[in-house]
Design a protein around this ligand. Structure first.
Ligand SMILES: *[C@@H]1O[C@H](CO)[C@@H](O)[C@H](O)[C@H]1NC(C)=O
Ligand SMILES: *[C@@H]1O[C@H](CO)[C@@H](O)[C@H](O)[C@H]1NC(C)=O
Ligand SMILES: *[C@@H]1O[C@H](CO)[C@@H](O)[C@H](O)[C@H]1NC(C)=O
Ligand SMILES: *[C@@H]1O[C@H](CO)[C@@H](O)[C@H](O)[C@H]1NC(C)=O
Ligand SMILES: *[C@@H]1O[C@H](CO)[C@@H](O)[C@H](O)[C@H]1NC(C)=O
Length: 435
C-alpha cells in the first residue's frame, strides 16, 4: 500500500454572497475506492459536497473507517455516521428518514450568518459530534484563522508609534481603519461604526460606510489580498483597526481580530463576548462593550492615540522580550495542541474531526451536540444592547426557530421531508407564535 497526498477543495457558496474556498491537503490516506460489498470497516459519509477524492479508507491510530461522499452508501449496512458542513446543511436535502444507528456530525467554522437554523437547540441536538468555533466543541475551530504564535510576536509589519503619528499628517490618515464589504449583518455593526465616526475620524475603504477609495492594487482580488503582504502593511499604518464580526457568538473569532494583532494595529473589537480569553495578553485589544457608547470609546481612542507609553502597552506581544511576548496560557496551550501538519490549514481540522468520529463509532460511544458548542444568542444592536426588531436577521432567526422545531419533529418521527409542505408549516407556526 502506498501513501498518497490528496488535494481537496471545498467550495461553499453561502447566502449567494460569500464564496469561500478552502484548499486542504489530506495525507496518509490509502488510495482506495472499494465496492460497497468490499467495505469491512465502519462507513462515514460526507453529505456536504467536498470536492476531491470520493472514497478512502483512513487510519486513525488503532482504528480504521471508510470515508466516502458517494450517497449510495446511505443504505449501507456499515454506515455509522453522516457529516455535514454547516453552511450547506439544508432541510430540503437531508438523509431522511434517519436510522437510529446513524450518527450525525457538524463541522462549521463560520458564524450562523450562513445558516441561522443552526443557532437553535432543536437543530443542534440532531447532531452527535461537532467541530465548530466553540472551545466546547469536540474539535474546536476557534483559532482556525490564526496562523500561529510566530505571526503574533513577529515585528516585520510593525510601524513605530512616531511613524504612525507622522502618517496622520503626511498621508492624512485617520487614526482608525474600517474595511468591510458585508454591510447587512446580524451584529448590526455598521450602526455602531456610523455613530463612532461622528466623534473620531475613521477611514472606511470597503463598500460599507465608505469614505475613502482603496488603492487599485488592493481592490482587485479582494478575497485573495486580505492576507497579502501589501494589505498587511496597509493595515499596519493605522493606530487602531475596527474588528467587528458579522455575528455575536461565543468564541466566534475571525481574521478580523488576528490581522491587526499580527501587524501591530490595536484592534477595537466587537463580536465574541469571550474574545479576551484568546488575546496574547490581558491588554492587547479594546472591547467596544467596555464603553458606555461610541462617544466614550472615541474619547478613549483619541487620548490613547496621543500617548505613546499608554499606546505601547497594547503591543506587548511585539515589544517585550521574546520569551514574554505572550502571557495567555490558554492561547499558548491551544496553539500547541491544535491539529498539526499544515499550519492554519482547515484540512488539519477536517482530518482531526474525521478521526474523532471514527473513534466514536468504533466505541459505539453515545454523545449529543449541545447549544454550548454553538452558542449564538439572538442578535442585539451594539448601540442599544437591545434586540433590534428592524433587523431582518432577527426575523430570520425566529423563523428558523420554527424550522428547527419542525425538523426535530420530522427526524424523531422517522419521516422524510416534502420541502413545500415543510416551508408552509414553518411559516404557519411562526405566524401563530408556536415556536
Ligand atoms: C457510487 O457508488 C456506486 C456503487 O459502488 C457506484 O455505482 C457509483 O458509480 C458511485 N458514484 C460515484 C459518483 O462515484
Ligand atoms: C442497528 O445496529 C444494531 C446493532 O449493531 C443492529 O442489530 C440493527 O440491525 C441495526 N439497525 C438498523 C436499522 O440498521
Ligand atoms: C495584566 O497582567 C499583568 C501580568 O501578567 C498583571 O500584572 C496586570 O494586573 C493585569 N492587568 C489586568 C487589567 O488584568
Ligand atoms: C445521536 O443523536 C441522536 C439525537 O439526534 C440520538 O437519538 C442518538 O442516540 C445519538 N446517538 C449516539 C450514538 O449517541
Ligand atoms: C424508519 O423508516 C424506515 C423507512 O420508512 C423504515 O424502514 C424503518 O423501519 C423506520 N424505523 C423506525 C425506527 O421506525
Amino acid at each position: 500500500m502506498h501513501h498518497k497526498t490528496y488535494s481537496m477543495i471545498l467550495m461553499v457558496a453561502a447566502s449567494g454572497v460569500i464564496l469561500t474556498i478552502f484548499q486542504f491537503w489530506l495525507s496518509s490516506y490509502y488510495d482506495t475506492a472499494l465496492l460497497p460489498h468490499d467495505v469491512k470497516d465502519p462507513v462515514v459519509l460526507w453529505w456536504s459536497p467536498f470536492v476531491g477524492d470520493e472514497n478512502r479508507l483512513s487510519t486513525c491510530e488503532d482504528v480504521q473507517c471508510y470515508f466516502t461522499q458517494n450517497k449510495s452508501f446511505t443504505s449501507h449496512l456499515l454506515l455509522k455516521a453522516i457529516l455535514f458542513y454547516g453552511s450547506n446543511f439544508n432541510v430540503a436535502d437531508l438523509p431522511l428518514p434517519r436510522s437510529r444507528n446513524v450518527t450525525w456530525g457538524l463541522i462549521h467554522e463560520e458564524s450562523p450568518r450562513n445558516n441561522p437554523i443552526l443557532v437553535h437547540d432543536d437543530a443542534l441536538n440532531l447532531f452527535n459530534y461537532s467541530a465548530t468555533f466553540s472551545r466546547y466543541s469536540d474539535v474546536p475551530l476557534t483559532l482556525v484563522d490564526l496562523p500561529g504564535e510566530e505571526e503574533l510576536t513577529d515585528t516585520s509589519y510593525l510601524v513605530p508609534f512616531k511613524e504612525k503619528s507622522e502618517l496622520v499628517y503626511k498621508n492624512s490618515l485617520a487614526p482608525v481603519l474600517y474595511i468591510q464589504s458585508d454591510c447587512d449583518t446580524a451584529s448590526d455593526r455598521d450602526s455602531y461604526v456610523a455613530e463612532l465616526m461622528k466623534y473620531i475620524q475613521v477611514d472606511s475603504y470597503g463598500p460599507c460606510l465608505n469614505n475613502r477609495p482603496l488603492v487599485e492594487s488592493l481592490k482587485d482580488n479582494h478575497m485573495e489580498t486580505l492576507m497579502s503582504k501589501e494589505f498587511l502593511s496597509f493595515v499596519a499604518k493605522y493606530k487602531f483597526t475596527l474588528a467587528f464580526e458579522n455575528a455575536v457568538c461565543n468564541d466566534y473569532i475571525t481574521e478580523k481580530l488576528w490581522r491587526p494583532l499580527i501587524v501591530g494595529s490595536i484592534p477595537v473589537y466587537y463580536g465574541s463576548p469571550t474574545f479576551k480569553d484568546w488575546l496574547p495578553n490581558n491588554q492587547s485589544a479594546i472591547s467596544v462593550l467596555d464603553f458606555k457608547n461610541p462617544k466614550d470609546l472615541a474619547a478613549f481612542l483619541l487620548k490613547l492615540a496621543n500617548n505613546e507609553a499608554d499606546y505601547q502597552e497594547y503591543l506587548n506581544h511585539k515589544l517585550l522580550d521574546r520569551d514574554n511576548r505572550i502571557t495567555n496560557d490558554r492561547l499558548l496551550k491551544a496553539l500547541q495542541s491544535r491539529p498539526k501538519g499544515y499550519a492554519n490549514d482547515f484540512g488539519n481540522y477536517v482530518q482531526a474531526f474525521e478521526c474523532f468520529v471514527c473513534r466514536k463509532v468504533h466505541n459505539s460511544q453515545r454523545s449529543l451536540m449541545t447549544s454550548k458548542q454553538y452558542s449564538c444568542p439572538l442578535p442585539t444592536n451594539p448601540l442599544t444592547g437591545k434586540i433590534n426588531h428592524g433587523n431582518v436577521w432577527v426575523d430570520q432567526w425566529n423563523i428558523e426557530k420554527c424550522g428547527a422545531k419542525l425538523l426535530a419533529h420530522f427526524v424523531s418521527n422517522n419521516k422524510s421531508i416534502d420541502i413545500k409542505q415543510f416551508n408552509n408549516e414553518q411559516f404557519r407556526m411562526y405566524n401563530k407564535a408556536e415556536c
